[in-house]
Design a protein around this ligand. Sequence first.
Ligand code: MG
Length: 267
Amino acid sequence: MRIARFSLPDTASDAGAVRFGVVEGEPDRPETMVIAELDGHPFTPNPQTTGRAWPLDDVRLLAPVLPSKIAAIGRNYAEHARELGNEVPDVPITFLKPSTSVIGPNETIAYPEISKDVHHEAELAVVIGRLCRQVPLDRAKDVILGYTCANDVTARDLQQTEKQWGRAKGFDTFCPLGPWIETEIDPADLSVTCTVNDELKQAGRTSQMIRDVAALVAHVSEAMTLLPGDVILTGTPSGVGPLHVGDTVSVTIENIGTLTNRVVSRD
Ligand code: MG
């Protein structure tokens, strides 16, 4: 099941209201895609639809969740660690991106004036489905609602000059998520790609992760309680590189979909 968050179209009596919905149809044939409104939120065992549905083209998709926090893992693909001259860490590097960095599909990434080197990082994002802490490896799948695409946008120059990564990774708009949450895939071996202006920049597979999804859920939840809608970013494959104002950047993950955002000046 694909779960999206969207604002209701002008044709709805409550136009502009924000809802969750189930996306159905064939992504290769946009005219077949519809979104069926969910009654409430998806963090319940059997979410029900209300009976209302719209062509997907008629609604605006939003970030599929509003996480209380985004826990992100650094250097979880060996080739990416090497391309920036880093060792693979013994313990996963874990940092937080603020909730205010989240944007949805087709929203704009704002290039901040104080950076001259903003990079894309295509990543598989894990969406947590229930409150949990200290999750054992073999229970990780029970706390996951599904998976979406993420771009861990990074001001690489600030990351290198500031000891902590909070600002480099935490600018407003630096965490595009979407287009929806896929609840029925195995995350073990999915292709992850990133294009900038349709040119392929990153191409990896989740099977190249040093620590897999279950290990990351266990690792993060060992320290902090995870809430429904919280997101874990699983690291980026090699090929990261600069973004410029005017660029269009797309993250595509096999069996999930494509997340596209344009880069604009922050002013
Ligand atoms: Mg990253």
